[in-house]
Design a protein around this ligand. Sequence first.
Ligand code: ATP
Ligand code: MG
Length: 279
Amino acid sequence: MNTTVIKTGAPMREADMNDATPKMEIRGVSKTYTTRKSETYALETTDLSIGTGEFVTIVGPSGCGKSTLMMIAAGLEEPSTGEILVDGSPAGPAGPKRSVVFQRFALFPSETVAQNIGFGLSVAHVSKVERTERIKEQLTLMGLEQFRNSYPKELSGGMQQRVAIARALIVRPEILLMDEPFAALDAQTRTVMQEEVSRLHRRMQSTVFFITHSVEEAVYLADRVVVMSKRPGRIKKEISIPHDAPWRTGDIEDAMTYGDFNELRKEIWDLVREEITTH
Ligand SMILES: Nc1ncnc2c1ncn2[C@@H]1O[C@H](COP(=O)(O)OP(=O)(O)OP(=O)(O)O)[C@@H](O)[C@H]1O
Ligand SMILES: [Mg+2]
């Protein structure tokens, strides 16, 4: 990866984005889950705009409503109030513009790795020739070439997660929604995948909304980090990461050698820690 690629593919600066319609807008969204036995107020009224090509990460204590917000953004859960706009229009149910990767994404157990990865292309009626080519590309990217004909149950958790990530990336979504996508990966694979997602984001200019429990990961990947309060979740603070942050060109291990990176990490971790109740 060289600097030229980074520069050409870099996300728009905040100033450039101010005039443009946000790629995705979370407008007045709140959520109360109602079951027969109880009501859970999961998410306070939330507003968040994500610019085209922007990478926004979300951190916050367990149970604060991050996945709830993601499910609503994906069109997979109805908000109690508010709406999601994509390119300025009401988004409706999940579609090809938005791809989702969840922490425990169910793969199709009776389909092979290659079939699972290619699923979105079959649905979109992409030609067989192109489908084969793009599946091959993803298999290589994820280091899964030798497992193309294996079934999910024959893979480790980390490998299954890579299949899930490939399945989302293959459709080249305009918006990629990722809920702790690397949580099941071993530390080494996780580092490689972080760098890969960062590189892909720059190359493809996709808009990414990404939940993580790792503050380092949040700072390393993001143009903007959103910190949420404890439940009912609300946005506590948004922290912009400098556009020209030097750690963008290396991996997360390099990032941790920068003083500025560590200051941001500490500031954000302190904000999250205040929200973690131990009783
Ligand atoms: N389908 C559901 N029905 C009822 N309550 C739910 C449902 N999904 C989530 N909740 C509740 O909403 C709250 C927020 O859950 P959510 O999964 O959004 O949190 P989270 O921030 O993603 O947590 P974690 O970091 O542990 O993944 C929790 O109290 C949870 O119990
Ligand atoms: Mg969650």
